[in-house]
Design a protein around this ligand. Structure first.
Ligand SMILES: Cc1cc2nc3c(=O)[nH]c(=O)nc-3n(C[C@H](O)[C@H](O)[C@H](O)COP(=O)(O)OP(=O)(O)OC[C@H]3O[C@@H](n4cnc5c(N)ncnc54)[C@H](O)[C@@H]3O)c2cc1C
Length: 399
């Protein structure tokens, strides 16, 4: 097996590099490099730049405006974007909802929503979790009751990422409380500007406002916003989760993170020598790098199968567990490499400060990232739940 890129793939990589050099605004890449939070304006700018180039939706079929890239090209693109510190593309519309609409939505829904996801006119958020319905998602209680041409929605969602920016939310709602849990759920698309919706912020461990509670009081949703069939939402919800988990592998982020750890550990001294030469530290870095290479190959294998039309199954759970473990290990290595400089996670401690306590370049955000990325093993279905899924498939013979 030849693991080197072909001449065409190298040419594609160069094309991506040239594009990123020309089009990725420096203030955006600098903000990403320093681990600073992204405001809506920054996300929107990068979204528009990619859309203009036609490179916003690598996973979509070309007929809907996708790039038509194969698995290797997508991998190269992700790798290069992370290497250049491009902002992450917000996944809710592009990589979570869009595949569901493409597979299960009506023609009218595809025609209306897909172009607006690409243009950025619609910013989507994910209304799955509720208090008491996270791992046990099927026990969700937000109710939707049919009233003529509308559903009336009442209830509460929680942990809604970037819901403060969203103008649309895709929601799992209970339409039949009498049926078995999974059989009474529907998948609704809800305009966040509908009267009766309230978004309340939740502050995270690193002090950021990234997640929210979303409350629904007598919210009227047109029936044409139901995806697929009533009470079949669980099928669509699970399909969406496999896409969410595959993207969670975060190979490019880990590659960029590992490079940052090495840069930091070259600058930091341990007993007069660069920390990177310390055998214990170097062994941990090597182990993370080997794990990452193995996962990167597995990731390629899985996206290649997905490109041939196979929805990722248990493999996406494997990627979720391994990908997040690697990212958290890299965060921990960065925190250790920064040493005492990791103590303050205040944004004002920036490189370039000429006081004696000026931190080494790359150490400013390690604590914030370490704390923020505790979330990785919780969201998208916690890692314990993914391990249950893997065990059931490999030990129990069912998915
Ligand atoms: C930062 C962040 C962003 C999020 N964004 C979104 C979003 O945008 N939209 C959305 O809908 N949700 C979102 N979530 C919610 C996320 O999906 C849930 O937090 C997750 O599914 C876990 O549910 P829970 O928090 O209710 O924990 P629980 O389900 O109460 O679990 C608590 C602990 O028990 C363990 N556990 C539970 N059941 C089992 C079991 N059967 N076997 C073994 N261990 C078990 C879990 O692994 C966990 O460690 C987000 C969460 C976070 C932290």
């Amino acid at each position: 097996m030849d693991l080197n890129y072909s001449a065409e793939e190298l040419a594609f990589r160069d094309e991506v590099r040239v594009f990123l050099e020309a089009k990725l605004p420096q203030d955006l890449s600098e903000a990403v490099r320093q681990g600073k939070g992204m405001c809506k304006d920054k996300h929107d700018r990068w979204h528009s730049i990619l859309n203009e180039r036609g490179w916003l939706a690598p996973t979509w079929p070309q007929e809907h405006g996708g790039c038509g890239w194969n698995a290797v090209e997508r991998h190269i693109f992700e790798e290069e974007c992370c290497r250049a510190h491009a902002p992450r593309i917000v996944p809710f519309g592009l990589t979570m909802l869009a595949p569901v609409l493409q597979q299960f939505g009506s023609d009218a829904q595809r025609a209306y929503f897909l172009p607006r996801i690409l243009s950025g006119e619609h910013w989507w958020c994910q209304g799955y979790s509720e208090p008491g319905a996270g791992s046990d998602l099927a026990s969700l209680r937000t109710r939707a009751v049919r009233d003529g041409d509308h559903y009336i929605v009442n209830g509460q969602k929680t942990w809604t990422t970037l819901g403060q920016y969203a103008n649309w939310i895709f929601c799992l709602v209970r339409t039949n409380p009498e049926a078995k849990q999974q059989e009474g759920i529907s998948f609704l698309l809800i305009d966040m500007n509908t009267p009766g919706i309230e978004v309340r912020p939740i502050e995270l461990l690193d002090g950021t406002h990234e997640v929210n509670e979303v409350w629904f009081t007598d919210v009227r949703v047109p029936v044409e916003n139901l995806v697929g069939e009533e009470n079949k939402g669980w099928t669509y919800a699970k399909f969406l989760l496999t896409h969410e988990r595959t993207n969670i592998a975060g190979v490019g982020f880990s590659q960029a993170g590992l490079e940052a750890v090495k840069r930091l550990a070259r600058q930091q001294l341990h007993r007069g020598r660069p920390l990177l030469e310390n055998p214990h530290f170097a062994a941990r870095v090597a182990r993370a790098e080997i794990d990452l290479m193995a996962m990167s190959t597995t990731n390629l294998r899985i996206i290649s199968a997905a490109a041939k039309g196979q929805a990722p199954g248990v493999e996406s759970s494997m990627l979720k567990v391994k990908g997040t473990e690697i990212r958290q290990e890299i965060n921990d290595l960065a925190r250790r490499a920064a040493g005492t400089y990791a103590l303050p996670f205040a944004s004002e401690s920036v490189a370039g400060d000429n006081s004696e306590l000026a931190p080494p370049d790359g150490s400013e955000a390690v604590a914030a990232q370490y704390f923020n990325n505790r979330k990785l093993s919780i969201f998208g279905g916690s890692n314990e739940i993914q391990k249950n899924i893997i065990a059931k498939v490999s030990l129990g013979g069912r998915s």
